[in-house]
Design a protein around this ligand. Structure first.
Ligand SMILES: *Cc1c(COP(=O)(O)O)cnc(C)c1O
Length: 226
């Protein structure tokens, strides 16, 4: 068995174990393979092992790989920082965007989403711990941003995403994820949100415990990044 195959099985096992431990339906949790800095042939190998959703952070790198892999039925997710001059390429070439934290970006994505494609699935990135160095809207500013994004015709607002700081214990990890889950719950009355994009290689169990529906896994799947 290849390393990639083994690592995929290990992640699937962690997901299955966590689903049992925290009484979640495994089918409600999607594995997003975060392939930033990794070559197209690794994506293709994972694809042939059954993986369909891939996440990329850097637009040019992603576009290069998309061109090489254009015959594969991959669902591409953009999860990196978004500059406003890059929105058209994102709107035209991705099914999902997880990293929107400003209305201006969401508006451009809506305007630029091609008519022949379904509405762009979008998650709002939330800075749950108010870290000054990190992207994401604050919990305070979230209601207004949700209300505005809901009005955009070519966007389908799916939920919330976060990248909390590294923690020492699963309890601390869970506390951070629980805040995102509470925020989603609070707005579900206003607009149906079905997605919590949270959990990475080191904290997928905590994320699943708190209701993650998409976990974004890079290094545990592809190996450490250079
Ligand atoms: C790189 C990255 C990941 C994956 O992180 P790992 O720790 O390698 O699993 C997930 N989400 C985002 C937004 C990332 O940039």
């Amino acid at each position: 068995m290849t390393n990639l195959n083994q690592q995929l099985l290990t992640i699937k096992q962690r997901m299955a174990d966590a689903a049992i431990q925290y009484q979640r339906e495994l089918d409600d949790i999607t594995l997003l393979a975060v392939s930033k800095t990794k070559p197209a042939d690794m994506i293709e190998a994972l694809y042939h092992l059954g993986q369909r959703s891939f996440g990329e952070n850097y637009l040019q790198e992603a576009r290069d790989k998309q061109q090489v892999l254009s015959t594969l039925d991959i669902e591409w997710h953009f999860i990196g920082p978004i500059q406003s001059n890059k929105t058209r390429d994102i709107a035209e070439n991705f099914a999902w965007v997880h990293s929107v934290d400003r209305l201006k970006i969401a508006k451009r994505l809506s305007q630029q989403r091609p008519d022949n494609l379904p509405p762009l699935n979008l998650c709002i990135q939330v800075n749950i711990e108010q870290e000054t160095t990190k992207a994401g809207v604050s919990l305070d500013a979230l209601p207004e941003l949700i209300a505005s994004i809901c009005e955009l015709p070519r966007i389908k607002l799916r939920g919330l995403m976060s990248i909390p700081a590294k923690k020492d214990s699963i309890d601390q990890q869970r506390t951070a994820f629980a805040r995102l889950a509470q925020a989603k719950q609070a707005y579900s009355a206003v607009t149906p949100l079905d997605t919590l994009s949270m959990g990475m290689s080191e904290d997928i169990e905590a994320a699943i415990a708190e209701g993650a529906t998409i976990i974004r896994v890079g290094s545990a799947l592809f190996g450490a990044r250079g």
